[in-house]
Design a protein around this ligand. Structure first.
Ligand code: BG6
Length: 490
């Protein structure tokens, strides 16, 4: 970050009473307050449609903390300090004149401000125009938007155009909350600070890579949003492709935002496109039917509250792709993500190649090749499967596989794993864009997903089904086994 970047002390949160703020952002502010990361002068202005007083907002903040921060971490002194920072302004975001209320409310506050849009993208343009006419934008202001930026390339370009009408690219912070997760940030350190890995990180050392984001939750109360998106747009376009970029990118020249983003862009440019000639062997989409998770019965997707019974929206995808460059020639990258699966598991598994001639017990040949598991959920940590001899004189040719593990909570003596939002909020305040997406990344990712969906439609691909509480449809296993590979199961 350059020395000349101004620090932000005024944070304007549009949609302060919405789900994202209540579940994620307010708890993240709490942990930052607890850890002494916030400057004394930081103030947060919540903006919403409802007529609510500052005190009523502060009560909502308390409620959010009660529900979304574990009781053992709640300290009333810290809660009181945090709520003093919150103020409220009612504003109909579609009315230009309402932005003068905002101006009035913060006229004595320190400027520039960061404007966080935790609201529907359909309002982005009105907000940018409103802020502009209320003269609240300066060259150092920042605007923050959540994923998804659009639902395809065209809509994403439209949104980006609206943002750039009043903000320069250097002022736009596009969030993918996965990039704020500690283990995701750690990928760069793991790869480029450990010569053991960096020397093997290519097609000579790696057989294949899997990225899994399985969730046991269904759609909850987001059916309206999700049904128009589907799992490919909701999860792959952002989170999974970002993980893939960090696994596959070349070492950046420096750890600054420009260097990291330009390496990620190169990966997305090299990602093999799915087209109608290759889609059938590389893409599986499916929808969950009813089933059971942890002994509790769950309805099928089309029987969820508010569902359209004819929906063909996918809740699961499995994809095989390649990165067409020197480093990754011929190495399959498998991506898999779904709702209502057996458990929540988010992990990247790197399967290393084995050495040629196998001298141990032939029946164990499938055990050759080390595996590195980078886990984001349920634990955050890394584990390398290594082979050793079991103790006992008679077992010379037998091998056993055991993990060498790092659990970040234990090794770094953390009280709890921070949510991705803590580091992202800090970066917005300090003006560091390296964990945010640039326009090119977002648009390349959309282009790739649009191609996949179009190819799948053109070739009338089947939508498969899987029972809630399972690992997805059998076709996902077939996709990977056709190359002699398999999904890593604990
Ligand atoms: C969001 C998706 O971006 O990520 C949700 O819109 C998904 O559908 C969520 O449930 C998963 O995030 P996490 O951090 O719980 O893995």
């Amino acid at each position: 970050m350059s020395e000349s970047i101004e620090k932000i002390d005024t944070f304007v949160l549009f949609g302060v009473l919405g789900d994202l703020s209540i579940r994620k952002l307010i708890p993240a502010w709490y942990y930052l307050e607890r850890d002494g990361k916030l400057s004394d002068s930081l103030k947060i202005l919540g903006v919403g449609r409802k007529l609510v007083s500052d005190d009523e907002l502060r009560d909502k903040v308390k409620e959010s903390l009660k529900t979304h921060v574990s009781e053992e971490y709640i300290d009333n002194g810290i809660v009181s300090r945090l709520i003093e920072r919150f103020f409220y302004c009612a504003c109909d975001l579609s009315k230009d004149e309402d932005y003068s209320n905002l101006n009035e409310k913060i006229q004595d506050w320190s400027m520039p401000a960061a404007f966080y849009l935790a609201i529907s993208p359909s309002l982005f343009e009105s907000v940018c125009d409103g802020l502009n006419s209320a003269k609240l934008i300066s060259p150092s202001s920042r605007i923050v938007v959540e994923k998804p930026v659009g639902y395809n390339l065209e809509s994403s370009q439209e949104i980006n155009e609206k943002l750039t009408k009043h903000f320069d690219e250097s002022q736009i912070y596009r969030i993918d909350h996965y990039l704020g997760k500690e283990t995701v940030q750690n990928l760069i350190t793991l790869r480029f600070a450990n010569s053991l890995f960096s020397s093997q990180w290519n097609s000579k050392g790696i057989e294949y890579v899997e990225i899994t984001a399985a969730e046991s939750v269904g759609i909850e109360d987001r059916w309206g949003y999700f049904d128009g998106m589907g799992q490919l747009r909701d999860m792959v376009q952002s989170h999974l492709l970002q993980l893939l970029c960090l696994i596959a990118m070349e070492p950046p020249n420096r750890l600054d935002d420009q260097s990291i983003r330009s390496e990620k862009v190169k990966v997305l440019e090299a990602l093999k496109s799915l087209d109608k000639d290759n889609i059938s062997s590389n893409f599986v989409s499916a929808q969950y039917t009813d089933g059971e998770i942890d002994g509790v019965k769950k309805p099928g997707y089309i029987d969820e509250d508010g569902a359209n019974q004819d929906s063909k929206t996918e809740t699961f995808v499995a994809i095989k792709t390649e990165i067409q460059n020197w480093r990754w020639l011929g190495v399959p990258f498998y991506l898999r993500t779904g709702k209502r699966m057996a458990s929540k598991t988010t992990q990247i598994v790197i399967h290393f190649k084995s050495d040629g001639h196998y001298i141990f017990n032939e029946s164990q040949e499938s055990l050759k090749g080390n595996t590195l598991i980078i886990s984001l959920h349920p634990t955050e940590g890394i584990s390398l499967q290594v082979f050793t001899k079991p103790h006992g004189v008679e077992k010379h040719s037998t091998v056993r596989s055991d993990p060498m593990s790092l659990d970040f909570i234990k090794t770094q003596k953390l009280l709890n794993i921070p949510s991705g939002y803590q580091s992202l909020l800090m970066d917005i305040l300090s003006g560091n864009q390296s964990l945010f997406l640039c326009r090119e990344e977002v648009e390349l990712a959309w282009k790739w997903c649009d191609n996949a969906l179009e190819a799948s439609n053109q070739s009338n691909q089947d939508l498969y089904f899987y029972s809630a509480g399972t690992d997805g449809p059998i076709q996902s296993k077939e996709l990977i086994s056709s190359n002699g590979h398999s999904w890593y199961e604990e």
